[in-house]
Design a protein around this ligand. Structure first.
Ligand code: SAM
Length: 224
């Protein structure tokens, strides 16, 4: 993928070009990632073994709708590793709403990420109950879903129906083993894609190997 809008960067570190975002909060680390200053700008290395969005970029993601001022609904924020890089990319005029239901990880998400970043709105709710996210306002440009639940595709579709703009982008991480351990991964991904087709144009499917085993990412666009 061409890096044309400077959403992310390739920075030389230890002899290799590595993925990075410009740190919105200079000096602040989220997951002990390396900070590198180049021409007076501080970058945070973005680890594809820790973030599936970074893994997708490494594996030739062709669509990257996260940009300055984007509004994003992110389901399964966990401790906020990926959310923090999305926050860097969208900048202070963007917003990422991060939904997480487990209170223990949500505490880390607040301490490490949301409390430092004005563009991150934490939502401690179950993604099955989108009507209870009172803090989401308007419609978003991107819905990103990584919740590893057997019924996640339906949960994701319900959230898109409520919050995604027509023509907006939908990123779905499929953890094949959390859906059905008895079926071959390719078949599971194909079945999940089938569920999307009436409401979405499916654009790309990416296997996240070797960064993440048993995971695929499906990128689609909400039909107008
Ligand atoms: N996306 C994260 C990242 O890249 O840093 C990792 C997400 S982790 C695989 C899945 C997260 O989804 C867990 O923190 C889990 O608690 C959360 N989750 C699972 N089911 C959920 C639900 N129904 N509502 C909200 N969060 C949920």
């Amino acid at each position: 993928m061409e890096e044309d809008n400077q959403s992310f960067f390739w920075i030389k570190s230890e002899g290799q070009e590595r993925l990075a975002t410009e740190n919105m909060i200079p000096g602040n680390q989220v997951y002990k990632e390396k900070l590198i200053i180049k021409s007076n700008i501080e970058y945070r290395l973005w680890d594809p073994f820790r973030s599936k969005l970074a893994a997708a970029i490494m594996n030739e993601l062709e669509y990257f709708p996260f940009e300055n001022k984007s509004q994003v609904l992110y389901l399964g924020a966990s401790t906020g590793t990926t959310v923090s890089h999305v926050s860097d990319i969208i900048g202070s005029s963007g917003i990422v709403f991060g939904v997480e239901h487990a209170s223990r990880v949500a505490r880390d998400f607040l301490d490490r990420v949301a409390s430092h970043r004005s563009n991150v709105i934490p939502i401690l709710q179950d993604a099955r109950k989108p009507k209870e996210y009172f803090s989401v306002f308007g419609k978003v440009d991107v819905v990103y879903v990584d919740i590893a639940q057997p019924d996640q595709t339906q949960i994701a579709i319900d959230n898109c129906e409520m919050f995604l703009k027509k023509g907006g982008y939908f990123f779905l991480v499929i953890k094949t083993r959390s859906i059905d351990v008895t079926k071959p991964p390719k078949r599971i991904v194909a079945e999940e894609i089938e569920k999307l087709k009436s409401r979405f144009d499916v654009l790309q499917t990416i296997d996240l190997h070797p960064y993440d085993k048993d995971h695929a990412m499906v990128i689609s666009k909400f039909k107008s």
